[in-house]
Design a protein. Structure first.
Length: 176
């Protein structure tokens, strides 16, 4: 004689029968999940006042980002574009700061290329003092405004327009 164990008013045997019936109704293969979204990575490199030379310890974030980006491109060599966006504080003239921000961006781009990024994938954006992290009056030193943002974009390259100058790496290097 078999005794059915009861759980909450239903026998365990009937619960197993219900689970088997549900399993029989399910498709044998589940659909393939979509691929994961690409990892978004970016980094900042900060500079001393008036300088376009990045100290070695300040390039650590760039090295981490570049390592991730190169592995991502190896997995999916589609349309990936890096851009380096140089900024300056308000010390000096607007024209001088635009040129300084371009030199800073090129300095970071050169390091990214040395680390293995294809120069054809790099765009150089020079903003000078047009986009300040921390707004200040003219001729105010502000370390948070002296940086290069290194970022990666999947899809079409950036389009020119706005307050910053946009060039391919080769155009920016030729103009410097």
């Amino acid at each position: 004689m078999s005794a059915a164990v009861r759980v909450g008013g239903a026998s365990v045997l009937s619960l197993w029968a219900m689970l088997a019936a549900l399993a029989a109704q399910q498709p044998s293969e589940l659909p393939t999940p979509p691929p994961p979204a690409p990892m978004i990575v970016h980094g900042y490199v900060y500079f001393d006042s008036g300088s376009d030379v990045a100290e070695d310890d300040r390039l650590r974030a760039l090295r981490i980002v570049v390592g991730r980006l190169i592995s991502q491109v190896e997995e999916d060599p589609g349309l990936h574009h890096a851009y380096v966006m140089g900024m300056a504080d308000t010390v000096g003239s607007s024209e001088d700061n635009l040129a300084l921000s371009r030199r800073r961006a090129l300095s970071v781009a050169d390091e990214a290329i040395r680390l293995g990024v294809d120069p054809a994938r790099i765009q150089v954006v020079s903003c000078g003092e047009a986009l300040l992290n921390r707004p200040t009056a003219d001729d105010v030193e502000e370390p948070l405004n002296r940086f290069v943002l290194f970022d990666w974009k999947v899809g079409s390259p950036l389009q020119s327009g706005g307050v910053c100058s946009l060039q391919s790496y080769s155009e920016a290097r030729a103009a410097s």
